[in-house]
Design a protein around this ligand. Sequence first.
Ligand code: ZN
Length: 167
Amino acid sequence: MEKLDIVLYPEAGLREVCAPIAEMNDSLDKLIDDMLYTMYDAPGIGLAAPQVAVQQRLIVMDVSEKGNEPIVLMNPEVVQSAGKITWEEGCLSMPGIYATIKRPSDILVRGMDRDGKQIEFEASELLAVCIQHEIDHLDGKMFIDHLSGLKRTRALQQFRKLMEQKE
Ligand code: ZN
């Protein structure tokens, strides 16, 4: 397994709409392993393919306490949603920035798993938040886009400052 470079905001690739995946193949299988490895190493609970510079509709997640329940989804879609939840979200492409975001709390998700099988399942709370955050990435959307104008500007300023300190 290989550790991949995580693309940081405001890299243009994070703003692109990613292409659907037609079918499973060996290179995708390797990419999934590398993405999971990169996500656990970061450490993070979710990673979308555009965050490793691959513009395809693939996300990996693990919201379990022990970090031993990986979830892999291709062409993920939220087909139903209900309720509301606010969660303090962060993103591996904007390290150091956290923002409270409101999203639906219960979702029905559809997609393709690692075996190339179509699956559908319900998710709530943290998993629902995580899936929606990662699907946003596939549509070129960042979590801070859910903030109001002023809060979003502040988060961007804060991130710029953090990046300058790193240089
Ligand atoms: Zn993210």
